[in-house]
Design a protein around this ligand. Structure first.
Ligand code: NAD
Length: 455
């Protein structure tokens, strides 16, 4: 039986602290064993995980493999590199310290909390968990209540393979989160919206708990004239409409050079038909909106601008057609809030300086996309804008590179993870300085008379 009632939070935490104190999680072989168990747990429940994600979001199976179950690669990456990551790192000291050696030891933080969102409800829990395990921590997990099937399957699987004293899943909504946030953790890893991120950080501050905040925002996608149009169109369409646009790093809106706008818009329309057919509601490859609240929020955005293609909705299924929107004003709600759905506003610019100025007038985005083969333009956009990450001539793929840190900046988040950075955020870099006892120079000891000047 899964004994993870909310009333047991204090007891679970106490037991996790006790287990952490045994030192067992510090053993590298133990950590590798747990990562292997995690991988096995996922593989053995692949079908149940797929069913849960389909029940929550009607995610196409292919998308589940490439965006959710692909997390296995992150587990493998940690297993492969953990013995290197864990090694104390020697650092150089200046000549005056000739008798010293200095090194950095990565030590686990203790008991950590992971709070997840609903859009990639499996990946975005397991991915930080890989870092927490690799770094040698005990973990409490709170998945999103808005993807209840995935939340249940996570709770079920993790309880089957891990002791509660080591990894515990607490299901529930805002109230559960709030109760958890009253407790003292050694790190909080939160993925969700910017507004809730602030709530999490304020709660963490009460205990001086460090946080990683993986938040959202409006990720712009600039399209220059110097491109391979066909490839650009496919990559934008895929990145925007995957998971029905409910992706934190989806291109939120396009900023397109006026000279290429017509060709791009024509191409995007054709591409949508190629991907999802004339009736996307019948396509097995197109997901649904998570719930009625988000459906209503998105339908409201349809009032802004002029629909080029799409715009059809079916409330009973929470279906919103992939939609291209022209002539939006920059003050319309669709350009003021994160869209997080299958609506793509297309805004033209005559000079790249305008596009850059607009981006810089907005909160710093999680991702910035640029389609251009012009090296000078690439350099300029990189230098003149700030974002969590940049992906040139593609969309979303930056998320899948374990060796690239992933995270936001400013309003889009605090801290990075993936690969080694996941290990780092759940570790403390302990400085260790060691002197030898065979020699003791007296220059630093009192009496100080006659010892100045030193420099
Ligand atoms: P959300 O912030 O509403 O919820 C996230 C989690 O916080 C859930 O588990 C929820 O139960 C909990 N929560 C909600 N309100 C709370 C409160 N007042 N106090 C404490 N906990 C609370 O986010 P969401 O709707 O699940 O996800 C969508 C947002 O997440 C978007 O903004 C998206 O861009 C962002 N996101 C970011 C990333 C990333 O990697 N940076 C990934 C996915 C989603």
């Amino acid at each position: 039986m899964i004994n993870t009632e909310l009333s047991n939070i204090t007891e679970i935490l106490l037991n996790q602290r006790k287990f952490f104190q045994t030192g067992k999680t510090k053993d590298v072989d133990f950590r590798i064993e747990q990562l292997k168990t995690l991988k096995q747990a996922i593989l053995e429940h692949e079908q149940a995980i797929i069913q849960a994600l389909q029940a929550d979001l009607r995610k196409p199976e292919f998308e589940i493999y490439i965006t959710e179950l692909s997390i296995i690669k992150e587990v493998d990456y940690a297993i492969k590199h953990l013995k290197t990551w864990i090694k104390p790192k020697k650092v150089a000291v200046s000549w005056e310290f000739f008798s010293y050696s200095a090194r950095i030891h990565s030590e686990p933080l203790g008991v950590v909390l992971i709070i997840g969102p609903w859009n990639y409800p499996f990946n975005l829990i397991i991915s930080p968990l890989v870092g927490a395990i690799a770094a040698g921590n005990c973990t409490v997990i709170k998945p999103s209540e808005l993807a209840p099937h995935t939340s249940h399957i996570l709770a079920e699987i993790l309880a089957k393979y891990f002791d509660l004293d080591y990894i515990a899943v607490l299901e529930g909504g805002v109230e559960t989160s709030q109760k958890l946030l009253i407790e003292k953790f050694d790190h909080i890893f939160f993925t969700g919206g910017t507004a809730v991120g602030k709530v999490v950080m304020a709660a963490a501050a009460k205990h001086l708990t460090p946080v990683t905040l993986e938040l959202g925002g409006k990720s712009p996608c600039i399209v220059d004239t110097n491109i391979n149009l066909e490839h650009t169109i496919r990559r934008i369409t895929w990145g925007k409409f995957l998971n029905a646009g409910q992706t934190c790093i989806a291109p939120d809106y396009l900023l397109v050079d006026k000279k290429i706008k017509k060709d791009l818009v024509d191409g995007l329309q054709k591409c949508l038909k190629e991907f999802y057919g004339g009736q996307p509601d019948k396509s097995p490859d197109y997901a649904r909106i998570i719930n009625q609240k988000h459906f209503d929020r998105l339908v409201n955005f349809l009032k802004d601008g002029e629909i080029i293609i799409g715009g059809e909705t079916k409330s009973s299924e929470r279906y919103i057609a992939p939609t291209l929107i022209d002539n939006v004003s920059l003050v319309d709600p669709i350009m003021q809030e994160e869209i997080f759905g299958p609506l793509l506003p297309i805004i033209e610019y005559t000079n790249i300086a305008e596009a850059i100025a607009w981006i810089n007038s907005q909160p710093k985005p999680l991702a910035l996309y640029l389609f251009s083969q012009n090296k000078n333009l690439q350099k300029r956009v990189l230098q003149e804008t700030s974002s969590g990450g940049v992906c040139i001539n593609d969309t979303l793929m930056q998320f899948g590179i374990s060796s690239l840190p992933f995270g936001g900046v400013g309003d889009s988040g605090i801290g990075n993870y993936h690969g080694k950075t996941s290990f780092d955020i759940f570790s403390h870099d302990k400085s260790v300085l060691q002197n030898s006892l065979w020699l003791d120079l007296k220059w630093r000891y009192a009496p100080y008379k006659g010892k100045l000047p030193l420099i």
